[in-house]
Design a protein around this ligand. Structure first.
Ligand SMILES: [Mg+2]
Length: 244
């Protein structure tokens, strides 16, 4: 049974296998290890599942109004933050998560990544208070696919959790999270063309899961090549120092 691990505690000592001196065999083992243990973090709402579609329908049925794009762009469901929080809480109290479905191609893409040996985690801004709903949603749409869920709340910086999880690739529909992750050195994909992200310039954008899979593979390959190059450079440097 998957659990919601919440935010990751403060940074621990070592950060995995990267950055150690290597013999040729150790380097080969390292590259295999890096490939096998690579963690990919995915946002949940509107990245893996179609939350906003269900939320808009629910909101319209409840209020008689359809939220315009400019409200969605800033996630202003209510007149202020407190009303927005209350509406989101009511949405979950109505068990509307049961109406949410995986986005086209998401389940297949995640299955491919998981069966290829990647470790998949969800990092979501959902509050820990609705963790039971979140776990049910992830398990229903992506059975036995994700190793962990981290519900860190609306205001937390996802980059902190991503760094502590040693994430190698991150996909999210929200520009702020993607920009913060990239600033922390994590290759990050801004996902889909949505009212809240379409006016944001970003070098790595994917319109759907087929594009995200192709772009993510390219980014991971580039990152792995950088690790190998850096290790070879360090090894060459140490040989040079010994012989000098
Ligand atoms: Mg999202």
């Amino acid at each position: 049974m998957i659990r919601d691990a919440g935010p990751v505690p403060a940074v621990r000592g070592g950060r995995g296998p990267r950055g150690r001196p290597h013999s040729r065999d150790a380097l080969r083992n390292l590259c295999q290890l890096v490939q096998d243990m690579t963690t990919i973090a995915l946002d949940l709402d509107d990245t893996l599942v179609d939350t906003t579609r269900v939320l808009l329908d629910w909101f319209e049925a409840r209020t008689g109004r359809r939220l315009p794009d400019e409200k969605l762009a800033t996630y202003e469901l209510g007149a202020d933050a407190a009303e927005t929080d209350a509406l989101v809480a009511a949405f979950h109290a109505d068990r509307m998560d049961r109406e949410i479905a995986a986005l086209d191609g998401a389940a297949e893409a995640c299955r491919q990544l998981a069966t290829s040996g990647f470790r998949l985690v969800v990092v979501t801004s959902r509050k820990a208070e609705i963790s039971a709903h979140t776990i049910d949603l992830v398990e229903r749409c992506f059975p036995a696919t994700f190793a962990e869920i981290h519900s860190i709340g609306y205001t937390a910086d996802k980059a902190v959790t991503l760094r502590d999880l040693d994430v190698a690739l991150f996909v999210d529909d929200h520009f702020r999270h993607v920009a913060q992750a990239a600033s922390a050195g994590i290759p990050s994909i801004l996902f889909r063309d949505l009212p809240w992200n379409r006016n944001r310039a970003w070098p790595h954008r994917a319109a759907d899961w087929a594009e995200a899979l192709a772009l993510g593979t390219a980014l991971l390959r580039a990152a792995r090549n950088n690790v190998e190059d850096a290790a070879l450079l360090r090894r060459g440097s140490s040989i040079f120092q010994r012989s000098g």
